[in-house]
Design a protein around this ligand. Structure first.
Ligand code: SF4
Length: 211
């Protein structure tokens, strides 16, 4: 019988800050906050985190996919949501029936020219921030229809921006989970506030009234 491997020691707040913040000046600022908190005797009861890291953590771990499937790939997507693969474990199992409550669009299946305007409409109805996963060969580039399928869109990225591609025909549920982890990692490195402030500065320069 093999012994369980020894549990790794918990990471310190300083280690977590060093991992989360790449800008040296920002890191110095947060480490000084941490020192001040420790010097006031609150080291174990207060958590310090950059606001962007907290926003990214919440966004990456509460993705709500839109409920729709276009062809056979959707069966694999449904399998990911069921008990064997249990997408809920990773904070992305709350499939929503309306785009207004979703932030992840998994395009699973063949996109025909007839369906393309509906896919675009659904994408436009999802509020920001939103993410798109292209699942399967048909969605990515036309798949088996690439040569003679006059009715198939040869790549979903021709009609909506794609964040991550999941190759296969169909991709296994594990591949979809792997894509989800990569998307979550990408969301973790976003700069949502920096983007917002730079947009505001741009609007002030161009005289646009929108925030
Ligand atoms: S990629 Fe394969 S499994 Fe997926 S929709 Fe196309 S033909 Fe079906």
């Amino acid at each position: 019988m093999s012994a369980n491997p020894p549990a790794s020691p918990p990471r310190t707040a300083e280690q977590m800050l060093r991992e989360a913040i790449t800008d040296p000046r920002e890191l110095t600022r947060y480490l000084s906050y941490l020192d001040r908190i420790k010097s006031e005797g609150m080291g174990t009861s207060v958590m310090v985190a950059p606001l962007e890291a907290a926003i990214n953590w919440a966004r990456a771990n509460s993705l709500w996919p839109l409920t729709f499937g276009l062809a056979c790939c959707a069966i694999e997507m449904m399998a990911v949501g069921a008990s064997r693969f249990d997408l809920d474990r990773f904070g992305a199992g709350a499939f929503r029936p309306t785009p207004r409550q979703a932030d992840l669009m998994i395009v699973a299946g063949t996109v025909t020219h007839k369906m393309a305007p509906r896919v675009m409409r659904l994408y436009e109805q999802i509020p920001e921030p939103k993410f798109v996963m292209a699942m399967g060969a048909c969605t990515i580039g036309g798949g088996p229809y690439v040569k003679h399928g006059y009715h198939v869109v040869k790549g979903i990225d021709r009609i909506v921006p794609v964040d991550i591609y999941v190759p296969g025909c169909p991709p296994r549920p594990e591949a979809l989970l792997d894509a989800l982890f990569k998307l979550q990692a990408r969301i973790g490195s976003d700069r949502p506030l920096a983007a917002r402030w730079s947009k505001r500065a741009e609007n002030e320069l161009t005289g646009s009234a929108r925030p």
